[in-house]
Design a protein around this ligand. Sequence first.
Ligand SMILES: Cc1cc2nc3c(=O)[nH]c(=O)nc-3n(C[C@H](O)[C@H](O)[C@H](O)COP(=O)(O)OP(=O)(O)OC[C@H]3O[C@@H](n4cnc5c(N)ncnc54)[C@H](O)[C@@H]3O)c2cc1C
Length: 416
Amino acid sequence: MDWFLPEKFGKLSNLGKGATLCILGSGPTGMETALYGAVLGFKVRILEKAQAFENLIRWGHVRCYTPWHENTTPLGREMLQRLRLAQANRPPETITTGRQLALEYLEPLLASPLLKGTLETGISVVRIGNQTGQSPVVSVPRNNENAKGFLLLTRLSDGKEKLEEADFVADCTGTYGNPKWFGQGGLPASGEMGCRSRIVYGLEDILGESKPFFADKTSIVVGNGLMAAATVSRLALLAREKAGTWITWLSCKPSALPIQRVPNDPYRERDLLAAEANTLASRGENHVEYFPGMLIQKVEWLGEDVGFRLHCSGPLGPKTIEGDRLICHRGFMPDTLIWRELGVPVDPVREDFGGELAHPIRLFGFDILGAKRYGRRPGYLMKHVSGQVRAFFARITRQPQLDLYRLCVSKGDRAI
Ligand SMILES: Cc1cc2nc3c(=O)[nH]c(=O)nc-3n(C[C@H](O)[C@H](O)[C@H](O)COP(=O)(O)OP(=O)(O)OC[C@H]3O[C@@H](n4cnc5c(N)ncnc54)[C@H](O)[C@@H]3O)c2cc1C
């Protein structure tokens, strides 16, 4: 593998000394952490509960609003160059779909000599423990030399459980596996827990493979973020083609327009989506009916023929809403159970945009990276990954100045 590494990395490629680095999740964050760790000489293992790049593939039928240059890193692009792939020289402002990003960026990196064989799919990490057995361990400073490392309880797709060991652990499991509840005060609405498996939480390919599920049906969409905007826009397009398709859009906010646009939004695609969804809501076009200020108190599943009934309170009093499909886009929250035995504070991940934690996780060798580090807060973008990854490796190698990206910035790159 050494032949593959650019000479400029020199002795840095021995910093990891073959220590085992377990990375949980193979999203953009897990992959970047793996790449950086492999360059530094860590023995990288990526444990992924589903398929490679699961969430990116799931929403990948839509176009990213951030450009190629922000969704990739100087290190990743350098590796594409060494692989002599055409996309290494793709114009920085190119907009790709999520799936293109997975297949044309992450996939070649995974197949490269650096990361080949590092991904293990169908392994869910259930809990992380500390080999010292001391809990909580936030107050126990560990260091590289006397560290005993971590234990990971993993569950395979056939239900079997297995313990794994690691010297270092990066939790890059994102938040998409853990949707927020839609009841008042962040609680589950009455009945929501019982019918969770029937509610759609992800961004479905409504105009593609999921079309039969939504065509000529009434869908209730709950939420007022970009995912809700994308879903409503697609359902509205479907309604043009299939006249029996109706959309009831509920927002808990009282505003007449559901999506709050970013003033002078630097991302044109994002602003277009927000504007389009707001137009649909305000004009009631394409079978979209928008109800602001709706608080959902109870949800009932009445069977395949009838669908859902929601009991809400709105600005004009109580209201009952029925629909065949229920799509909830209220956002996501991190799975904090996974680190309970480590004694990490439940919501530790408040961060300013400079990359420093307001509540540092004082547990040497473990960190939470990527979207999950933002906790319940929205706003994480793939361009934030490089700052987090750089800081993580600077900490665990005890090299505060370590910055592989600086070594990679080439002509045409601007530092992120
Ligand atoms: C429709 C849509 C459009 C978007 N557009 C953009 C955009 O244009 N630009 C942008 O910057 N961001 C965009 N995003 C956000 C972007 O997808 C996220 O910021 C990014 O995916 C976060 O990466 P991550 O690696 O932290 O988490 P994820 O991508 O969620 O990856 C987490 C991985 O961990 C795995 N996992 C979960 N739990 C476990 C476990 N217990 N054990 C093992 N593995 C586990 C999951 O299967 C998954 O593969 C968009 C999101 C959506 C939904």
